[in-house]
Design a protein around this ligand. Sequence first.
Ligand code: NJP
Length: 245
Amino acid sequence: MSEVNGKVIVITGASSGIGEATARKFAEEGAKVVLAARRADRLDALKASIEKGGGEAAVKVTDVTSRQEMEDLAQFAIGTFGQLDIMFNNAGLMPLSYMDKLKVDEWDRMVDVNIKGVLYGIAAVLPHMQERNSGHIITTASVAAHGVFPSGTVYCGTKYAVRIFMEGLSKELAQTNIKTTSISPGVVETELASFITDADVKPRFEDPNIPSLTSEDIANAVFYAASQPLGVAVNEVIVRPLHQG
Ligand code: NJP
């Protein structure tokens, strides 16, 4: 039987891409999944599909930029399934642009979603996990958290921040049974690049020959981290397409 069988996982950004694939994977492995994002129709359809396959899922429409909504999400998971074992802080935005385009609204959104959303996710679950001395906080960082590239200056900054939060948290929690994992994907075929508005950047992501992973590849990495025995903490995972530089 899978290590995650019967565990309760909250997934932000579950309405598409990596979050959706992770929800399907964990439901198949017997976990109870709480699906969070803003697009209710996508979440409802995913819940129906998971239930049709014999899995258990619940939906909570959530904007990760609201601390209150993130608190409500954690309480909803605990109220619905009795506990919260895994928090997957996965929601994120990547509107890449060169800094001199001054797309300051997009910088703001990235700081709000990629950084503050993750911090609110940690704050929402930490007391519950500490009380039980059990739990796992997993966050989607990026290869952009390991090296900066032109047009990715702000995005990379947000992902560096996230990776450092997770590293610091893992050190602070080292004497507990609460695990932390930072997942750093390379290019994954999802909706993420469709929100790029800088015309000097967008064409780079429209090349169908870019080596890329599927969301399922990352879901497998999340599952690997979550399915280790109690004494094993997988703190950091980098997954790239074979031919990505
Ligand atoms: O992209 P996409 P991914 N509140 O666009 C949600 C990282 N990553 O799966 O609210 C709540 O399909 C949005 O839901 P909705 C990336 O940085 C990716 O690739 O309904 N949720 C949707 O479900 C991100 O952290 C690649 O619009 C909010 C989800 O976020 C993570 O992977 C490479 C929200 C985005 O799904 C998942 O992205 C890499 C909000 N305010 C890292 N705003 C890659 N794809 O190549 C957005 O290194 N969402």
